[in-house]
Design a protein. Structure first.
Length: 501
């Protein structure tokens, strides 16, 4: 199977068009996100100190990001002392080269893999397949996506866009090409589908010599990595292979075990609506001699790939707090209608709309369109367990796209040019600023708009056509508020009221 990537995707509005017209996809998304959203609300309501936990999580992340260089050096020292090897990757290409060379050094041509957003971000599967190394996804949803030659569309549930019937058909048609085939007469009952996946994956776990993972957290004081999951496949990948390679974004570090305790309460309730993840796997370096569970050879690849550029942005850096819970996706009206593929990134939904343009820049048509993939309703901020003000960052990035300005790109402070296609927007904003600065011109414009209101179209022409394609142009009132006030209250009554106060 070829490694699917998001490269070459069009801008968000164009990519989202087919998805919004797909009735089955919208039905799948509406049912799944609605169910997860309701369960999460119940789980969060059980904690009377949820607001305090949320504030604590944000504070820990902000403190860590301010001193990230110190904590990363602490991680490297602790992992090395525990028998592991640390590699630093400045971008996706370097990370892929490191992992590929490490797998080749083992002589193996097949690896098992834990669900990992970082490896999706860098396109690791495609890079390994190009090098002749077969990658076997072991998370159930990721397995569905891989067998279907598809792309993930959700952070927590990558196959959220598929229903049970589609999954059954994928297992029947594709599972045998990768190993043990699906049982004869496989139905679409969830228990049957899970059992088929379990039997298929068990053979791969037992013969795997190399495992690849990410990590939800890294504890700096001990060099311990943490993976939380609900199926047990992660623990199999982390304990059975002789060699373990973990690709982890540099923002995943937390200073101490006490800090970790905060996030192990925030993450499960916000993601799977569980009080605690069924499997919380932690490992420090190598297993060593004596038959202990765990790898004999452990490699940690610390991934930058645009994160230090994001860190330099005092407004946008809060996106690096993200703990990948996906709560923002499940409340977003745009994601629910467009699905995850339209975002053209491993990170869909509101968090993807602010994280991807910071990691990749806004030079492409797709990345420049992502900050606009939002209604700015604010629901994402309300549910974020680490209080990322996503609407504020979206507006901040929209300003960068439309106006350009100072930004850090590949570690260098530079002036970013405005994205193409925003000249009319810039002209309109400048005209609005001039008008609001000149009250006489504003009054004249209001009078003219009121007197010509019968001639106004219901749809805007030119660049405004897209805005009015799905909404009516608001009707202009017969008179402005200023004129109404002067006519009904008058200067005399306003002065009298002022004297009465």
């Amino acid at each position: 199977m070829s490694g699917r990537t998001y490269l070459g995707m069009p801008a968000f509005p164009e990519a989202a068009g087919p998805a919004t017209r797909d009735a089955r996809l919208r039905r799948n998304l509406r049912h799944a996100t609605g169910t997860i959203r309701a369960k999460r609300a119940g789980a969060v309501a059980e904690l009377p100190d949820w607001a305090e936990l949320r504030a604590a999580g944000a504070a820990v992340k902000d403190r860590t990001l301010r001193h990230l260089d110190h904590y990363l050096e602490q991680v490297e020292e602790a992992v090395t002392a525990a028998g592991g090897t640390v590699h630093w990757a400045v971008d996706a290409d370097e990370a892929n080269r490191i992992v590929t060379s490490l797998v080749r050094a083992t002589g193996e041509r097949e690896v098992v893999k834990v669900k990992s957003m970082a490896t999706q971000e860098i396109g690791l599967n495609a890079a390994l397949e190009e090098a002749g190394i077969r990658v076997c996804e072991t998370d159930l949803a990721e397995l569905i996506v891989q067998l279907g030659d598809d792309l993930p569309s959700h952070i927590l549930v990558p196959a959220i866009h598929r229903n049970r019937g589609e999954i059954r058909d994928i297992f029947r048609e594709r599972m045998g090409r990768w190993g043990r085939p699906a049982p004869e007469g496989l139905g679409d009952d969830p228990a049957e589908l899970a059992e088929a996946a379990r039997l298929h994956l068990r053979e791969k776990f037992l013969r795997a010599k190399v495992g690849i993972s990410g990590a939800n957290f890294m504890v700096a004081e001990t060099g311990t990595l943490v993976v939380v999951e609900s199926e047990g496949n992660g623990r199999m990948c982390l304990t059975l292979p002789e060699t373990l390679i973990s690709v982890v974004g540099i923002e995943k570090v937390v200073p101490t075990w006490r800090d970790l305790e905060v996030f192990l309460q925030l993450l499960p309730r916000s993601s799977t609506a569980e009080r605690m993840n069924p499997y919380t796997s932690m490992w420090t370096g190598t297993a060593g001699a004596g038959g202990a569970d765990g790898p004999r050879d452990f490699h940690l690849v610390l991934l930058d790939n645009g994160r230090t550029d994001a860190l330099a942005d005092t407004v946008g850096r809060q996106a690096l707090r993200c703990i990948r819970c996906s709560a923002c996706l499940n409340v977003c009206p745009v994601y629910e209608r467009a699905g995850g593929h339209a975002y053209g990134s491993a990170y869909p939904g509101p968090i993807g709309a602010i994280l991807t343009p910071q990691l990749r820049g806004t030079t492409t048509e797709l990345d420049a369109s992502l900050p606009y993939a939002s209604s700015l309703c604010g629901a994402c901020y309300e549910v974020c367990p680490v209080a990322i003000d996503i609407p504020r960052v979206l507006v901040h990035l929209r300003e960068r796209v439309a106006e350009g300005g100072e930004a850090t790109v590949r570690g260098q402070r530079t002036t970013v040019r405005p994205a193409r296609g925003h000249a009319a927007e810039r002209a309109a904003m400048r005209a609005a600023r001039w008008t609001l600065d000149h009250p006489g011109a504003l009054r004249a414009g209001q009078r003219l708009a009121s007197r010509t209101r019968r001639l106004h179209p219901r749809r805007l022409p030119g660049p405004g056509r897209a805005w009015t394609a799905s909404r009516d142009l608001p009707a202009v009132p017969a008179e402005s508020f200023r004129h109404w006030w002067q006519r009904t209250r008058g200067a005399g009554s306003a002065r009298t009221e002022g004297e009465g106060r």
